[in-house]
Write a protein that binds this ligand. Structure first.
Ligand code: ATP
Length: 240
């Protein structure tokens, strides 16, 4: 099988002290695929992304990106390995311009030498950022700031882009913009792993999804099948 650009996590178990946050969680993301993880508050979604990124130590399990094995890493090593994580709350530098924020994403060795090319790619994906390249980031709208955060992650030329609640705190209209953007990003061939409370809009752009409950992956299916699943509708889509 072609495993190039494929992310594969197997049997991830994580404890915070006595508290078990992940219990043998496994998932897979192929190149060009959007995969969403749905779960309630505290289910372990952020922990799962951080563990895949090698930022949280695991007590068992493995993570592979292509042929490469990911252990516990420092954040710059995570980026070098081809994983880019857009954390919850975005973490952009408010006093810097849009372009300076984007360029900060290009420090990785894997992206040096292609900074200008990556910048143009980000600007062609997000024309709004190109128009506003000199604007101070904190004066951008919430949705635009989220685009800056995604654009910055893409400056490291990742194989897999992981996002923790990209629509959090955004109006429905701005959230829609962000999801539309992710659908565009996917066309460039990278795999996207996304944690979301907004089940409806995220399933609408996703290929597949996983449900996580108290640290366990309890279901995996196509986005279409999940949308039509009565249990998913009750728990995450606010309806019957
Ligand atoms: P939310 O949607 O509310 O952000 P989540 O699904 O992302 O939740 P996690 O943040 O992964 O959940 O947390 C999973 C569980 O682990 C929670 O019970 C949380 O309180 C606990 N937890 C998370 N981080 C730590 C930590 N550093 N130390 C101790 N417990 C933690």
């Amino acid at each position: 099988a072609d495993t190039q650009g494929e992310l594969k996590a197997d049997g991830l178990t994580v404890f915070y002290g006595q508290h078990q946050a992940l219990d043998h969680a496994s998932l897979r993301v192929r190149a060009g695929e959007i995969v969403v993880i749905l779960g309630a508050n505290g289910a372990g979604k952020s922990t799962l992304l951080q563990t895949i990124a090698g930022l949280v130590p695991r007590s068992s399990g493995s993570v592979r990106l292509g042929e490469r094995v990911i252990g516990t890493l420092k954040s710059h090593q995570v980026v070098e390995s081809g994983l880019a994580l857009v954390p919850e709350g975005r973490g952009i530098f408010g006093e810097l311009s849009v372009e300076d924020n984007l360029r900060l994403g290009a420090y990785a060795r894997r992206a040096r030498g292609s900074e200008q090319e990556n910048l143009e790619r980000v600007y062609s994906l997000f024309p709004r950022l190109a128009e506003r390249r000199r604007q101070i980031a904190r004066t951008m709208s919430g949705g635009e700031q989220q685009m800056v955060a995604i654009g910055r992650a893409m400056m490291s030329n990742p194989t897999i882009l992981m996002l923790d609640e990209p629509s959090l705190g955004l109006s429905p209209l701005l959230a829609k913009d962000v999801f539309r953007t992710l659908a565009e990003v996917r066309k460039t061939g990278l795999g996207i792993l996304l944690v979301e409370q907004n089940a409806k809009q995220s399933l609408a752009i996703a290929d597949r999804g996983y449900l996580i409950e108290t640290g366990q992956i309890v279901a995996e299916n196509s986005a279409q099948a999940l949308m039509n699943d009565p249990a998913v509708q009750r728990a995450y889509l606010g309806g019957a």
